[in-house]
Design a protein. Structure first.
Length: 124
């Protein structure tokens, strides 16, 4: 299995426009993204490596991490969360949007979890 380089520009698609990002976000997640979220996704999709985003609690910063997966489904993304429940909620939201996800914590960090995740990803 060959994993993509983190923040590497997406090779399977052209860089999405802000309108395309808005439309896909609405279709998959049922929300209309803010301009700052669109700009973060635009930078990520172009492979920018130094991106700083600050926003208040509850502003959906995490959505900005997820959106590039809509345009580059081969990406593997690791999001570290401070709470197990938050990790589970994140994974559930991604799965509802049709994106494969798994929350790894002390209860689920088994060899079978990692094998299933990597094998499923390589079959897609």
């Amino acid at each position: 299995v060959v994993l993509p380089t983190p923040n590497q520009a997406c090779t399977d698609a052209s860089h999405p426009t802000l309108t395309e990002i808005q439309q896909h976000t609405l279709e998959k997640f049922g929300v209309w993204p803010c301009l700052w979220q669109l700009k973060v996704v635009e930078a990520l999709s172009k492979g920018d490596k130094d991106i700083v985003c600050t926003a208040s609690t509850g502003m959906s910063k995490t959505l900005s991490f997820w959106l590039p997966l809509l345009f580059c489904p081969e990406y593997i993304q690791i999001v570290v969360t401070p709470l197990n429940m938050l990790g589970k909620q994140n994974a559930a939201s991604l799965v509802r949007a049709g994106i494969q996800a798994i929350a790894i914590n002390s209860e689920t960090s088994t060899l079978s979890s990692f094998t299933l995740s990597i094998m499923t990803k390589s079959l897609n």
